[in-house]
Design a protein around this ligand. Structure first.
Ligand SMILES: [Zn+2]
Length: 247
């Protein structure tokens, strides 16, 4: 690792912290109600992603504003902070660096470009990516009853495609060894510039983008106190389910 990179990554600040309102394994098992109000999520950051109670759409938080992408692909801003979520992560976004990309990349090239910008695979990162995309493919999730595993729900997920679109993505990188807590690897949600559509990112071809990156060294994990969570047997290895449900 280069000296300048090492120096930069060692500039730890207390606010460089990722907050999770629940471990993702609860969501993967099909516990879609944790009753954590959005007001609680907003206390912990201004950038984030997640879902809503009953898995009723994809959530993203940009500049402290929360948006919901419904299963019809349409977006609405959520201003009622009493609305509840079973899973969300948030950060007070203060990017340490930013990078520009001015050539079209395939999705795999884009992921590699992102990974090369991260000096170590063993800490968390938060991202905001803004710009032009030749192609974006997203999904949202339809409202669910509890206890239907996420991998089953994901088989029926509606997907949406965008060509020559301007928008932004927010999300996180999570180390592989944290896979029961948060989606491992890169997890991004997309919002079009006019805030009319978006979703959980499945694929994209960026063309002209700016990426802002924050290093995160501390995890604040809240464990839910719902009866479902407290009594669930979390012995199952959810790795494969999570890979199928989120990729
Ligand atoms: Zn997602």
């Amino acid at each position: 690792m280069e000296r300048t990179t090492l120096r930069r990554i060692r500039q730890r600040k207390a606010e460089n912290k990722i907050y999770l309102c629940a471990p993702v394994n609860a969501l993967v098992e099909g516990i879609y109600e944790q009753n954590i109000p959005l007001a609680e999520i907003k206390k912990h950051g201004d950038l984030g992603l997640g879902t809503f109670n009953d898995l009723d759409g994809e959530m993203m938080m940009v500049d402290g504003e929360i948006f919901r992408v419904g299963s019809d692909g349409k977006v609405n801003q959520v201003t009622d902070e009493s609305i509840r979520t079973p899973f969300a992560c948030a950060v007070k976004f203060e990017p340490a660096t930013n990078e520009a990309l001015n050539e079209e990349l395939s999705y795999n090239e884009f992921l590699k470009w992102m990974i090369d910008l991260m000096p170590s695979p063993n800490i968390f990162y938060a991202f905001r990516i803004t710009g032009d995309f030749t192609y974006v493919k997203t999904r949202s999730v339809p409202k669910q009853e509890n206890y239907r595993p996420l991998v089953e729900v994901a088989k029926e997920q509606p997907t949406f495609e965008f060509n020559r679109v301007h928008g932004q993505m927010v999300g996180f990188y999570t180390p592989a060894f944290m896979a029961s807590l948060n989606v491992p690897g890169v997890h991004l949600h997309f919002l079009t510039d006019d805030k009319s559509s978006g979703g959980h990112l499945l694929e994209c071809r960026p063309r002209h983008i700016k990426l802002e990156l924050q290093y995160l060294y501390t995890l604040e994990l809240s464990l839910p106190s719902s009866l479902d969570f407290l009594t669930w047997d979390f012995q199952r290895d959810i790795g494969q389910d999570l890979d199928k449900a989120e990729k």
